[in-house]
Design a protein around this ligand. Sequence first.
Ligand code: FES
Length: 101
Amino acid sequence: KKVTYITQKEEAKTATASSGNLMELAIANNIEGIEGDCGGVCSCATCHIHLTPEDFETVGGPGEIEEEMLELEDNVSPYSRLACQVPISSLPDQITVKVAN
Ligand code: FES
């Protein structure tokens, strides 16, 4: 799968992966703005991203704990997800995600 990350500086970086999740892929590719402080256990929200409405529909919404974490975040959109909770396997072949501010 091909994932393009749009950073807070509006820079686009594309990475490919077949397993793992969107946070791990971002860390492996030095995507600015995704920190993954908690190591992907859904407790830091430093991996906040925005999906497009279409992709959100495909990928699905946040789980219960993820939703609670997002409630504490700034700049949350209806299409917000925590990247560590989005498995690569759930993605369409090509996706563009925005790193949240
Ligand atoms: Fe901490 Fe995603 S890496 S919530």
